[in-house]
Design a protein around this ligand. Structure first.
Ligand code: FES
Length: 147
């Protein structure tokens, strides 16, 4: 049997729906759970991994309590998002895809979140902050650290 005959064509939304379910339950995508998704849907594990890797909402590692997203789309880049990454690295030791030692924040790089007029944009969980600077990002993070 050819490898292509072992798998069936997945329902286009089934893989993402399954990944969302695992992400909601675990807070990230453990390898064992992704293997289960592939097995249950009858699709190659590589397809599950590629779908998971494409979307910034998924992580392969456990995340902090809050998801901190810094946009590095064109408008945000031009307006200084690079400085935000530099500040977060210097002040918090936080680099993209890493989690703070206190497990409060996980930093994610994202491409345009659709709020370009507010560039540079930072999102914390589902909240969006515009015109963020190194001078005011610390006070934004404090809101979540305390809350
Ligand atoms: S480029 Fe950052 S919100 Fe569009």
């Amino acid at each position: 049997m050819l490898p292509s005959q072992r798998y069936r064509q997945p329902d286009s939304g089934a893989v993402l729906a399954a990944l969302h379910k695992v992400n909601a339950a675990c807070g990230y995508l453990p390898e064992a759970e992704m293997r289960k998704v592939a097995e249950e849907l009858g699709v190659p594990l590589s397809l599950v991994y590629s779908a998971a890797a494409f979307y910034a909402i998924f992580s392969f590692k456990p995340c902090g309590r809050h998801r901190l997203q810094v946009c590095e789309g064109t408008a945000c880049y031009v307006k200084g998002s690079t400085g935000l990454f530099g500040f977060l690295a210097e002040e918090y030791g936080l680099i993209p895809d890493a989690t703070t030692e206190d497990e409060v924040f996980t930093l994610k790089r994202v491409r345009c979140v659709g709020s370009c007029a507010l560039a540079p944009v930072v999102r914390v969980d589902n909240d969006t902050y515009g015109r963020v600077t190194p001078a005011n990002i610390a006070s934004i993070l404090d809101l979540y650290r305390k809350g």
